[in-house]
Ligand binder design. Structure first.
Ligand code: UD1
Length: 421
């Protein structure tokens, strides 16, 4: 349970690996399976703790869920309990995605409020506001959102913040609402596009997909489908930045470079060579024999630079030539990796949601501790770049979000070993 990694750093990563399916696309697709009373098959599902947690949530609701060889089979025909318990939602906030589908199909749901996390406060007010606009009565009772409707009606919903989760949740609920729902300032992340595409394949009528204005016409009787989840752009981005941070050369296959344009642009700006394969499904990052230079960035909603790659980028800037400023606009408190990076010799100072990084020649090995998935990924990258033997503790956070991370790094020549405790 409390496994850790031992990393001998200082060697460039080199070679080719294949990307896994996208966690953040797979989780809402799993919730969408609740919208039908048949068997949904989801392929290219990453083998992760978060996927197993969502499978548990669906099982509590009464679905039969099998997970084998990256294929999920979800039989939602006998769902008889419209509730997501605190024990599961507190482990993974994305469990909250079941609210919309349960309301659309059953007209009532009781879903635990997620509470805070290492990224700082993460409210679900926009999800609840959206469901209310669709005609649901929602009250907070004993830490749970208790929602009820005698029939949802389409409406105009403007999100104050372009929330990924709220967009997906409201979109699924709206499939069961009578009439037209328009979501303004909707998220256009590829994960939301994948969800909308699958819902349409199931028989929904959604347009404006991939824009900030999504229209859903309902209600539609949805039927189960077989669906292949998109590749994980955050996993791909993590390995691309890892190649750059170790002065290596890495090819990623089975990815979607078009989902990574901002990351590619930033890597090129910092001095790496990035080549997209002819098939547009692979990308090579080459940073051999050079030290990259500093590049400022601001995290933004898609297609901006993703907050989920802020920690890896901070690591790259820690050893780049010059000073860099990173502004975190999505989660202004998402900086738990900074004190750990300072233990590895990074020179970073923080003011509000800005960090200032003075690039050093070399990080030095140390023991460090993960506090969330992406902060943890940053620490692994830092350990790979640092000279000497580092320990990365609490890697259960990494197991939530990276499919066999150490195997993929080993395939790229890294000296990384899991120690089981
Ligand atoms: C998803 C991703 C996460 C990523 C994040 C931003 C999943 C499972 N997780 O999280 O990895 O870091 O998008 O790209 O897909 N907000 C509110 N009220 C709400 C909802 C959100 O104020 O009701 C705020 C959040 O606190 C945050 C911002 O909106 O500041 C964006 O959050 P959101 O896009 O909802 O993130 P998640 O969907 O939770």
């Amino acid at each position: 349970m409390m496994d850790h990694f031992v990393v001998e750093g200082g060697e460039p990563l080199s070679g080719t690996i294949t990307c896994s399916g996208a966690k953040n696309a797979a989780l809402p697709l799993m919730a969408a399976a609740l919208l039908t009373d048949g068997v949904t098959v989801l392929r290219n599902i990453p083998d992760l703790q978060d996927i197993r947690t969502m499978a548990m949530v669906l099982r509590v609701i009464g679905a039969d869920v099998q997970f084998e060889d990256h294929v999920l089979t979800i039989d939602a025909s006998h769902c008889n309990f419209q509730e997501a318990p605190y024990e599961l939602v507190r482990k993974m906030r994305a469990s909250f995605y079941v609210l919309g589908p349960l309301l659309a199909r059953f007209g009532h749901a009781r879903v635990s409020l997620p509470g805070g996390c290492a990224l700082g406060p993460r409210p679900v007010d926009l999800h609840l506001k959206g469901m209310t606009k669709l005609g649901c009565d929602i009250s907070i009772e004993n830490g749970y959102a208790v929602a009820e409707t005698s029939g949802m009606k389409g409406n105009k919903i403007r999100l104050d913040i372009s929330s990924v989760g709220a967009t997906g949740n409201i979109m699924m609920a709206a499939c069961g609402a009578e009439g037209t729902t328009t979501i303004f300032n909707a998220a256009c992340e590829p994960d939301i596009v994948d969800l909308a595409d699958m819902l349409n394949a199931m028989g929904a009528e959604i347009s404006g997909i991939g824009t900030n204005q999504i229209k859903i016409i309902g209600p539609r009787k949805l039927k189960p489908v077989e669906w292949t989840v998109i590749p994980d752009r955050i996993e791909a981005g993590t390995f691309m930045i890892a190649a750059a941070a170790t002065g290596g050369r890495v090819t990623l296959e089975g990815c979607r470079p078009d989902h990574l344009q901002t990351v590619i642009d930033k890597l090129i700006e910092a001095g790496a060579d990035v080549n997209i394969g002819k098939d547009r499904k692979s990308v090579t990052v080459n940073a051999t024999n050079r030290r990259l230079h500093s590049v400022d960035l601001t995290t933004e909603a898609y297609p901006g630079f993703p907050t989920d790659l802020q920690a890896p980028w901070t690591v790259l800037m820690s050893i780049a030539k010059g000073d860099a400023i990173i502004i975190e606009t999505i989660y202004p408190e998402r900086f738990t990796h900074i004190p750990e990076l300072i233990r590895l010799g990074a020179q970073i100072s923080k003011t509000l949601n800005n960090i200032y990084i003075e690039g050093v020649d070399q990080l030095t090995a140390a023991s460090v501790m993960c506090s969330d998935i992406r902060a943890g990924a940053g620490l692994v990258l830092a350990a790979l770049a640092a000279k000497g033997s580092s320990k990365v503790l609490r890697i259960y956070h990494l197991d939530r979000g990276y499919d066999r991370m150490e195997d993929k790094l080993t395939a790229l020549g890294a000296d990384i070993r899991r120690v089981r405790e």
